[in-house]
Design a binder for this molecule. Structure first.
Ligand SMILES: Nc1nc2c(c(=O)[nH]1)N[C@H]1C(S)=C(S)[C@@H](COP(=O)(O)OP(=O)(O)OC[C@H]3O[C@@H](n4cnc5c(=O)[nH]c(N)nc54)[C@H](O)[C@@H]3O)O[C@H]1N2
Ligand SMILES: Nc1nc2c(c(=O)[nH]1)N[C@H]1C(S)=C(S)[C@@H](COP(=O)(O)OP(=O)(O)OC[C@H]3O[C@@H](n4cnc5c(=O)[nH]c(N)nc54)[C@H](O)[C@@H]3O)O[C@H]1N2
Ligand SMILES: [Mo]
Length: 668
């Protein structure tokens, strides 16, 4: 046997961006392991990636281009050649552009991989075309907006620094599922005698690693943060020296906002007892270096940006931003490490093209006019599953007059609605360069196995489409590796001093986290931000606070999938125990519903069938659906996003995946 080991990177949309070693035999992956050289993931992989070769060489991989023969959504296709596929697409697009204009074509993509070149491969092409632009806001722009309101462009501390905290707060993050290597920091804090808190809306698997778990009402964290600040200000626990030197607006907050947020008032909003809020505030203020690892869960609400803004003020009050092991970590922003403009090429745009919010794809396909969307090109994403308001999305995708192309590894829910399906390589089959949103590592990966079937990478497909459309710019003639070389040829301060040779050889390289104070216009932490309409934080209600249906629906991630990725793997679907809805025992009894029963969750947007799991880990009034299931494996006709809405966050145009209400009844 001639098995060789090659270095690669986990490409998926996860903060850890783990290093991987791949065993390759005859151009195929036969096994993968964690790369012990990777400074953050340190040689271990999550349950999904431990058998990545099963996804890469899955019998369900698409191997040729396909042309639709049956009705949209039916899955009836015949194989065609790449030449025919590319020629058909170019011909249809030319006709659409001639009749409706280029803005009638909409690209739709997100984070099929985090590789910089493949992920952005469509940007130069669609900019050159003058197509509608997509506002890629499905994940956590509200979190970014909340952080930026207070901290501006301040760099976040390295995640490893959390290990030095004496009070580590996991706030709205199920780290045991979604950032498993951050649990190394959790263990380190524990070993040093520090304390771990989890703040969530139900007891996730991460709760077992926490000393204390605080369950709040969905979307109420802003009130918790304001309540804690009320106690800190009231009892003189604030770090006056730090505030005087580094913080703008504490006095305005203390005088104008905090008086209202008594523990009693905040208890009524959050559901936590007043004494608990007092206790949390005192413990937080007493900690030497409290560290908040901020997830995105609390930001996916109508009040998400304001919630994050309030939470980000807390460390300022106690001076935690100035202490090693203290502060707040929302994610790392490492985009400035690369000259993205030479890749995305906004300069190729013929004029200002309209911007379509990706959370409102249903609206865009069904209602948007002048021009109507007539062509949709989906790559690196599975909107029929992951995008809110699934019924609206599927109605749009069913339009007979919509020409849809889907570039995919699998016959996903979205691909079923395509006119033309193109087979995509997996990350082991193409080159890319990766940065992370949870660490300061960057790493280059070269193709380590042969493409499966006739699959092609995003970059190559856009080169072919550019040729067919007559776009002659040089960028469309480059290979992915040439594009990576160009990105690396431009020096950037964030990459200064890195080990270039290690990077070129595909080893993980850590960027030096930027120091240098608080990067806000005032140079201080801005509790008071004069540039915003809301100059100070306050409590905003969620969309669903006034709703009538009895349950708040959490649509949380599962350890055994990543968004709608990995559902091709039967063993991972089984680990999830099927598509379940978790409910509190008293609520289930009240409804006369038994554990294991088929139930239907419904609201004004849709109905979804689940298997009921009755569990005390979920508080009363909340139900939880983990995982974004493919329709093919759902017990009913729809999956969880038939219950989520197209409404946006208060800032950033973000998704509001957790801001929902439903009722639940027995299934058929
Ligand atoms: N295994 C796995 N890993 C993943 C993913 C996955 O689907 N599966 N997804 C990847 C992606 S795309 C992302 S963006 C990240 C997501 O990672 P993050 O968004 O940082 O956090 P999550 O771990 O998804 O946790 C969201 C948590 O917030 C909780 N929550 C919801 N509403 C509230 C609230 O109002 N208050 C509080 N305090 N908590 C609330 C939910 O119950 C859930 O436990 O993870 C990535 N990693
Ligand atoms: N209910 C609910 N919905 C959610 C979430 C939630 O927590 N709850 N999470 C949301 C979040 S945080 C996010 S970020 C979004 C994620 O939304 P998406 O990024 O659309 O997520 P995925 O389901 O991972 O879909 C990625 C698709 O890209 C394909 N792919 C992988 N590699 C390649 C490649 O090289 N080329 C091409 N062309 N395709 C490739 C994969 O096969 C997969 O089908 O989902 C959101 N949706
Ligand atoms: Mo995400």
């Amino acid at each position: 046997m001639n098995v060789v080991t090659r270095r690669s990177v986990c490409p998926f949309d996860c903060p850890d961006t783990c290093g991987m070693l791949v065993q390759v035999e005859n151009g195929k992956a036969v096994g993968v392991q964690g790369d012990p050289l990777h400074p953050f993931s340190r040689g271990t992989l999550c349950p999904k990636m431990r058998r990545y070769e099963k996804s890469v060489h899955s019998p369900l991989r698409l191997t040729t281009p396909l042309k639709r023969t049956g009705a949209k959504g039916s899955g009836g296709f015949v194989p065609i050649s790449w030449d025919e596929a590319i020629a058909t697409i170019a011909e249809r697009w030319r006709a659409i552009i001639a009749t409706h204009g280029a803005e009638a074509i909409l690209p739709y993509s997100y984070a099929g991989t985090m590789g910089i070149v493949q992920r952005n491969a469509g940007h130069p092409f669609f900019h050159r075309m003058g197509a509608s632009r997509l506002d890629r806001t499905i994940c956590s722009p509200a979190k970014g907006a909340g952080w930026e309101a207070v901290m501006g462009k301040t760099a976040t501390p390295p995640p490893e620094s959390a290990g030095k905290s004496d009070l580590l707060i996991l706030w709205g993050i199920n780290a045991a599922a979604t950032s498993i290597h951050f649990m190394n920091q959790v263990r380190e804090v524990r070993q040093r005698g520090g304390e771990i808190w989890l703040i969530d809306t139900y007891e996730t698997p991460t709760a077992s690693a926490a000393d204390r778990t605080f369950l709040v009402r969905p979307g109420s964290d802003g009130a918790l943060a304001l309540g804690m600040m009320h106690v800190i200000a009231r009892d003189g626990l604030a770090d006056r020296d730090f505030i005087a030197a580094q913080v703008q607006g504490f006095d305005e907050l203390a005088a104008g906002v905090l008086p209202e947020f008594t523990p009693g008032h905040c208890a009524a909003i959050t559901g936590l007892p007043p004494a608990t809020i007092e206790e949390m505030a005192r413990a937080y203020a007493a900690a030497k270096a409290p560290f908040i690892r901020l997830g995105s869960g609390l930001s996916r609400y109508g009040n998400g940006a304001m919630t994050v803004r309030s939470v980000c003020c807390l460390p300022a009050l106690v001076g935690a931003y100035g202490k090693e092991g203290g502060g707040c970590f929302p994610d790392t922003a490492t985009g400035a490490a690369f000259p993205m403009e030479i890749l995305t090429r906004e300069d190729l745009m013929p004029g200002a093209a309209r911007l379509v919010n990706m959370n409102q794809l249903g609206h865009a396909l069904n209602e948007l006019d002048a021009p109507r969307v007539m062509g949709l090109y989906v790559y690196h994403s599975n909107p029929a599953a992951v995008t809110p308001d699934q019924n609206a999305v599927l109605t749009g995708l069913s339009r007979e007059d919509l020409f849809t192309v889907v570039h995919e590894r699998f016959m996903t829910d979205t691909a079923r609605y395509a006119d033309i399906v193109l087979p995509a390589t997996s990350s082991l089959e193409h080159s890319d360069i990766y940065r992370s949103y949870g660490t300061y590592c960057i790493q280059r990966a070269r193709a380590v196995v042969d493409p499966v079937g006739e699959s092609k990478c995003n970059w190559e497909v856009f080169s072919l489409l550019a040729k067919a459309m007559g776009f002659g710019e040089e960028i469309f003639t480059l290979t992915p590796d040439q594009m990576i070389d160009r990105l690396l040829a431009v020096p950037k301060p964030l990459r200064a001093g890195i080990d270039e040779e290690a990077l070129a050889e595909g080893r993980p390289v850590t960027l030096a986290a930027r120091g240098g104070g608080f990067l806000t216009p005032s140079g201080k932490i801005e509790i008071l931000n004069e540039r915003l309409e809301e100059k100070l934080p306050r409590y905003l209600p969620t969309h669903e606070e006034q709703g009538r249906l009895p349950f708040r629906l959490m649509t949380a991630p599962t350890p055994y999938a990543l968004n709608a990725t990995f559902y091709e793997r039967e063993e991972l679907r089984e680990s999830q125990g099927g598509m379940q809805l978790k409910m509190n025992p008293e609520d289930a009894a009240g409804k006369g519903l038994d554990d294991g029963a088929e139930v239907v969750a419904w609201n004004g947007l849709g109905e979804v069938t689940f298997r009921l799991q009755v569990t005390p880990k979920v508080p009363r009034g909340v139900v939880v659906a983990e995982g974004v299931w493919w329709l093919a494996y759902a017990p009913g006709e729809r999956s969880v996003n038939a219950l989520t809405s197209q409404r946006l966050t208060d800032q950033g145009g973000g998704s509001t995946f957790y801001d929902n209400r439903v009722d639940v009844r027995a299934g058929n």
